[in-house]
Design a protein around this ligand. Structure first.
Ligand code: PLP
Length: 448
């Protein structure tokens, strides 16, 4: 391990020893990195990764101990039918109860989703070793794009390796220095980065503040085209963008509306189409970016859906699309099956909504303040960073896996524990979580 001395090549020699670069620059870099890492530790913002030894689900086994994979609710919803061999591990009272995945609909370990992935893997292979426009497009990619467009009731769709890529690719391809983009200040990092990459005039409006957006739109009238960009649902607060008002302003000031639906696709709105369906503005939002890596099976992948000429242009100009490998068939198989399940029925989404309601109302009755409204992201607002950290730790000691967030991820003084509800949580899981919060809250003074 580095101790500040110059680095020797193949220290310790022999197979298996780390090969380290020699020279002053490498040594300097190493010193700088170590110091930066120390700063992160010192600031208390170090992010460690818990290692999971089971599939994604309401019940997890952490590496080194714990219990099984699936909840009884999964079975009740038909998510894990009894004929599935793994269903023998249902109704697990012990182990880690997981409340921090974006597995909103519980499809990440759905047997039909997994089967679809295996079939796609066998039929279409491990991957394409190619970008889409060289020899990386298979029939399943075209089918999935068509399905996504149909799901969102848009003209066309384009796949990316992730929604981060979709956000990185769209603004630069679409907007020029003649145009303007108006972005909510709390938009996801990938939107912020995507906007940084484009040469359009940039306006940042206060979070969900329609007066500020209107003022910025007035200012932006001098530009050729205006694009308002917002998360549909904000992942730190579980709040939903006021899309009706945004669309009204967009109409008034002749602007386009772009939404990132990563925390909405598949479950918000009567048919799970997203925030635009929930708020009745499907015909007013022009562009949607979303992920296949959360509610839609949770494997990976992202997309843009919208007008056909825009999608055609992205295929020609969008750099993360043009210069990155096409989505692996197994991943395409997962997402495609997830969409089939959602287009067949909205029962899973409704079940998640009912469980969200149960958690929010029981926690509020217990005396906690939960940010947002009707969204499965349920931030338990605590204020103090240390309180959030110790309570999250104590929740895990009681077998409940939740994560505390504090500055700089959220504003100073607004530390919280974020709870995420899934369709595969049972009512008992929810109640156990509320009971644990109540005990831990009393112990640490968050509740009287
Ligand atoms: N946009 C939002 C709002 C997100 O929360 C995320 C993921 O955390 C992304 C984009 C990126 O999605 P992906 O994981 O598909 O890259």
């Amino acid at each position: 391990m580095w101790r500040g001395a110059a680095v020797r090549v193949l220290r310790g020699g022999g197979a298996g020893s780390p090969r380290t670069a020699s020279g002053t620059a490498a040594a300097q870099l190493r010193r700088r990195l170590e110091s930066e890492l120390e700063d992160i530790r010192g600031a208390g913002t170090w992010k460690s990764e818990r290692v999971i030894a089971s599939r994604q689900g309401p019940h997890l086994r952490l590496a080194g101990g714990g219990a099984g994979e699936y909840g009884a609710a999964g079975s009740a919803l038909g998510l894990f039918p009894r004929r599935d061999a793994r269903a023998s591990s249902l109704s697990l009272p012990a182990g880690i109860l997981n409340f921090c995945a974006n597995n909103y609909l519980g499809l990440s370990s759905h047997p039909e989703v997994i089967r679809a992935a295996v079939e796609a893997l066998e039929k279409f292979g491990a991957g394409l070793s190619s970008v889409r426009f060289i020899c990386g497009t298979q029939s399943i990619h075209k089918d999935l794009e068509e399905k996504i467009a149909r799901f969102h009731q848009r003209e066309d769709a384009i796949l990316y390796a992730s929604c981060f890529d979709a956000n990185a690719g769209i603004f630069e391809a679409l907007l020029t220095p003649e145009d303007a983009v108006l972005s909510d200040e709390l938009n996801h990092a990938s939107i912020i980065d995507g906007i940084r990459l484009c040469k359009a005039n940039k306006y940042r409006y206060k979070h969900m503040d329609m007066q500020d957006l209107e003022a910025k739109l007035q200012d932006a009238q001098k530009h050729r085209l205006r694009l308002v960009a917002t998360d549909g649902a904000f992942s730190m607060d579980g709040d939903i963008a006021p899309l009706r008002e945004i669309c009204q302003l967009a109409q008034k000031y002749d602007a386009l509306v772009f939404i990132d639906e990563c925390h909405a696709t598949g479950f918000l709105g009567p048919n799970g189409r997203g925030t635009d369906e929930l708020l009745g503005v499907m015909d007013k939002v022009t562009i949607i970016n979303s992920t296949l890596g959360k509610a839609l099976g949770g494997a990976a992948g992202g997309y843009t859906t919208g007008p056909k000429p825009l999608i055609d242009l992205l295929r020609q100009r969008s750099r993360p699309y043009l210069f990155s490998n096409s989505l692996p068939p197994a991943v395409v198989g997962c997402a495609s099956k997830a969409l089939d399940l959602l287009m067949e029925s909205n029962a899973i989404a409704q079940s998640m909504a009912a469980k969200t309601q149960r958690f929010r109302s029981k926690m509020t009755a217990a005396g906690f303040s939960i940010s947002g409204k009707d969204h499965p992201i349920c931030p338990v607002m605590l204020g103090d960073a240390r309180l959030a950290a110790v309570m999250a730790e104590d929740m895990l000691n009681r077998g409940i896996y939740v994560i505390g967030f504090s500055y700089p991820v959220v504003p100073k003084g607004k530390a919280r524990i974020r709870v995420q509800i899934s369709a595969v949580h049972s009512d008992e899981d929810i109640d156990r979580c509320v009971e644990a919060f109540t005990e831990v809250g009393r112990k640490h003074g968050a509740l009287p």
